[in-house]
Design a protein around this ligand. Structure first.
Ligand code: XUL
Ligand code: CO
Length: 483
């Protein structure tokens, strides 16, 4: 490395640090612009009129439509493979991305200036935001939503203050839900943002943090239950380590299991019948996250006797971060009876982190739907759009367009799966591939009754086996023809 390169490197580092700091320090100017808003009045959650004027209720117009604010493939009431599309999907809006995403990144300040935001993190703002969220869901025609405790209400200086803030906002959500079918697909608690959680929550080295996290989950479960939520998610954002040199991994995993068992006990105590879900992710923010992937989470559940109490929430971008395809993670969950929910998003093949983009790849969506159809659907789980607008997408209508596009893509995936099933040749290819096991000895093997002596005798009798083609290209051809 030349001296000049070194200087350039240092300058770049300073520049990066500078922009990261200014992003943290700058107060976002979110007060609007072009609507007659009751802005800068943090004491009031009043908002006269619509939050999304000019955006109609989104309708199905069919594939020929050129209207970006319409569904082209997702037709909620249409029956496909014996179920209404809306029941296959059970789409959900993720409150944190859609209503708390600001477009800020480590190098830059927020880019969104939603008209309803007043730049504060007050309870009044939280209530107004909740009303915007309900108008958004109603216009989109989505009946489920997901939230973290701290997305929907401001934190407090004490647990009691944070709980009181949450109660105020939850009361508004409850009221808005009244008379509608809207309810949470799942709730969760944010156990990764606050500095107290820097070593983890249930796996923190500090017992005070463990207890604090338990108090937070207890409350978040109560409000999820109160709002009629159907599931509760544990994403172990900082349940992992940065170095094994300072970490007692065995102790941390034991603590995590005790924590989850306490959550199971509390769920039963308060009569919450929702499914508990673990959301695997291999890393980010920690170097190593304990719920690395579906198989790792399954092994953990088995070791601690928690199978039967938990299912998995598979997120596609997390799958690719762990070096798997989303299809692989879905199938791993499915064949073990653990597929409970999908965080529908995707990463960017050129970027190695969790970009949380809306899925718009039809082939990928078809693979996802193959697993979902084989699973018989996801209910009481669903598809949560854990996905955000790009930093550069700053129009209010982009929030709608992104969701419509994600829903249409998955709807195309479902329609393609119906074609594949009707055609039958892919299933037949797979069936044929294993047909040698349809024999008497194959049945013995599958029943666990073929010992090595029997197999050796058979192998000697048969001699060198003939091995058929795997037909991969044919399988790919059949798959592609359905897209
Ligand atoms: C983070 C992530 C979370 C969880 C909920 O990568 O996916 O938003 O879904 O905590
Ligand atoms: Co997620």
């Amino acid at each position: 490395m030349t001296d000049r390169m070194k200087v350039n490197g240092v300058l770049l580092l300073l520049l990066c640090l500078g922009s990261a700091l200014s992003a943290v320090i700058a107060t976002p100017q979110t007060c609007p612009a072009n609507l007659e808003a009751k802005c800068n009045d943090a004491s009031s959650d009043d908002w006269e009129g619509e939050f999304f004027p000019g955006i109609p209720k989104i309708k199905y117009e069919g594939p020929a439509s050129k209207n970006p604010l319409s569904y082209k493939w997702y037709n909620a009431e249409e029956e496909i493979l014996g179920k209404k599309m809306k029941d296959w999907f059970r789409f959900s809006v993720a409150f944190w991305h859609t209503f708390r995403g600001t477009g800020a990144d480590p190098f830059g300040a927020p880019t969104k200036s939603w008209p309803w935001e007043d730049g504060t993190n007050s309870v009044a703002m939280a209530k107004r935001r909740m009303r915007a969220h309900f108008e958004f869901m109603n216009k989109l025609g989505v009946e489920l939503w997901c939230f973290h405790d701290r997305d929907i209400a401001p934190d407090g200086k004490t647990i009691a203050e944070a709980n009181a803030n949450l109660d105020e906002v939850v009361a508004v959500a409850k009221k808005l839900q009244e008379g509608s079918k809207i309810k949470p697909l799942w709730g969760t608690s944010q156990l990764f943002m606050h500095s107290r959680y820097m070593h983890g929550a249930a796996t923190s080295s500090e017992v005070g943090v463990y207890a604090y996290a338990a108090a937070q989950v207890k409350k978040a479960m109560e409000v999820t239950h109160y709002l009629g939520g159907e599931n509760y998610v544990f994403w172990g954002g900082r349940e992992g380590y940065q170095t094994l040199l300072n970490t007692d991994m065995e102790k941390e995993l034991d603590h995590l299991a005790r924590f989850l068992q306490a959550a199971v006990n509390y769920k039963k105590k308060i009569g919450f019948n929702g499914t508990l879900l673990i959301e695997p992710k291999p890393q980010e923010p920690t170097k190593h996250q304990y719920d690395w992937d579906a198989a790792t989470a399954f092994a953990f559940l088995q070791k601690y006797g928690l199978v039967g109490e938990f299912k998995l929430n598979i997120e596609c971008n997390h799958a690719t971060l762990s070096g798997h395809s989303c299809h692989h993670e879905l199938e791993t969950a499915r064949i073990n009876g653990l597929l409970g929910n999908i965080d529908a998003n995707t990463g960017d093949p050129q970027i190695g982190w969790d970009t949380d983009q809306f899925l718009t790849d039809i082939a990928e969506a078809t693979l996802v739907m193959l697993s979902v159809v084989r699973n018989g659907g996801l209910a009481p789980g669903g598809f949560n759009f854990d996905a955000k607008l790009r930093r550069e997408s700053t129009d209010v209508e982009d929030l709608f367009i992104a969701h419509i596009s994600g829903m249409d893509t998955l709807a195309r995936g479902l329609r393609n799966v119906a074609k594949l099933i009707e055609d039958g040749s892919l299933d037949e290819l797979v069936r044929k591939r294993y047909s040698s096991f349809d024999s008497e000895i194959g049945a013995l093997i599958e029943a666990g009754k073929a010992d090595f002596e029997t197999l050796e005798k058979k192998a000697m009798e048969w001699g060198e086996p003939s091995v058929a083609s795997g037909k991969q290209e044919l399988a790919e051809m059949i798959f592609q023809s359905a897209l």
